[in-house]
Design a protein around this ligand. Structure first.
Ligand code: PHE
Length: 370
């Protein structure tokens, strides 16, 4: 602030020939002005500006007091007394205002002060999503059996998702996977890219890159163009498993998967294998666990197992010789087993969750339970 806000009120400076009467009336006028301006000052800074403007070394009151010397010696005492009285009054008023302001500031400060004895606010901690937890748990079971965890792309080539898995173009088995295609055509006008419908394409990718022995699990997201219901989602996780070596048999497959079921569900739960068809395995099976909702009784109204008493948790089988040949393995030397399981379904079985859609509905009341 360059200049005093009071400069607008130009005060008539005393002349040498002034009379006592005009001196006193000027003093009176100045006092009234000063008091009026003091009323307006709201902050410590404004009070200080006021002080400098009226009572400071070059302030107006100071100047008027100095002008006493322009009066005749016998007039000076009377005028001096009035001037001093005015000055003292203004100083006293200023002190009052400063005190009042300080009091108000203190009051405001204590109103804002912190009570250090109050108990702290509880911090809400985030947690791992239940699907992340179950994926980690399942991968842990397989790593304890010597499997390695690897991951792969969610946007995949038709070649890996289907062709190298013994599912040629226009093969009816493609209908098993309702596919979401990427809107991109190759030179033949075909759609070569898709959102992977399962984690099995990683079987081919891994075998192309390494020679046996292979023991891997592949967790990851998959996508299908499907209506949802209590046990189906259009976006879900799978965990693929693959073991290839000399002399691997179906007994290894069953032993590994029973051990997996025992570690995840405990030894009380029943598991069963039944024949199933997947183009990339031969023979192929599905593994099921007895339904938690109706305790495997297969009640007609059970919407979880739809009355069968069993819930399918994975497809599995011995890797098809065509697949082995396709990646450059000699099927006369190497055999292997593969499986693909659904972690959400396993979490449902393990925790008694009746609808798979709860996992992705983002309802904090559900997610907080895990
Ligand atoms: N990829 C199959 C599916 O999505 C599951 C599977 C994996 C079956 C590996 C056999 C072997 O349904």
């Amino acid at each position: 602030m360059g200049h005093s806000p009071f400069e607008g009120h130009l005060f008539v400076l005393m002349k040498l020939d002034m009379t006592t009467e005009s001196y006193l009336s000027n003093m009176e006028e100045l006092k009234a002005l000063a008091l009026k301006e003091l009323e307006k000052a709201r902050t410590a800074e404004e009070l200080e500006q006021w002080r400098a403007a009226f009572l400071g070394r070059k302030g107006r009151v100071t100047q008027v007091v100095r002008a006493l010397s322009g009066l005749s010696p016998h007039e000076r005492p009377r005028a001096g007394a009035v001037a001093n009285e005015a000055k003292t009054l203004l100083e006293a008023r200023l002190a009052e205002r400063q005190e009042a302001l300080k009091g108000a500031e203190l009051e405001q400060l204590s109103a804002q002060s912190i009570d250090v004895t109050l108990p702290g606010r509880q911090i809400t901690l985030g947690g791992l999503h239940p699907v992340t937890q179950i994926v980690r748990e399942i991968c842990g079971v397989f790593t304890s059996m010597g499997f390695q965890v690897v991951e792969g792309p969610e946007v995949e080539w038709d070649a890996y998702n289907f062709e190298k898995l013994n599912i040629p173009q226009d093969h009816p088995a493609r209908d098993m996977w309702s596919t979401l295609w990427v809107d991109y055509r190759d030179q033949q006008g075909r759609y070569p890219m898709l959102l992977r419908t399962h984690t099995s394409p990683m079987q081919a990718r891994i075998m192309e890159q390494t020679m046996p022995p292979v023991r891997v699990v592949v967790p990851g997201k998959c996508y299908r163009y499907e209506a949802t219901d209590a046990t189906h989602e259009s976006q879900f996780y799978q965990i693929e498993g693959l073991a290839v070596d000399e002399g691997i048999t179906f007994a290894h497959l069953k032993g590994t998967l029973y051990e997996f079921a025992r570690q995840v569900f405990g030894s009380d739960r029943k598991a069963r294998f039944r024949c199933d068809y997947f183009p990339f395995v031969e023979p192929g099976v599905e593994m099921s666990i007895d339904c938690f909702a109706c305790q495997g009784r297969g009640e007609e109204a059970c919407r979880v197992c739809r009355g069968s008493g069993w819930i399918e948790i994975m497809g599995a089988g011995m890797v098809h010789p065509n697949v082995l040949r396709g990646v450059g393995y000699d099927p006369e030397v190497y055999t292997g087993f593969a499986f693909g399981l659904g972690p959400e379904r396993i979490a449902m079985l393990k925790y008694g969750i009746e609808d798979i859609r709860l996992f992705y509905a983002n309802d904090i009341r559900f997610l907080r339970q895990f």
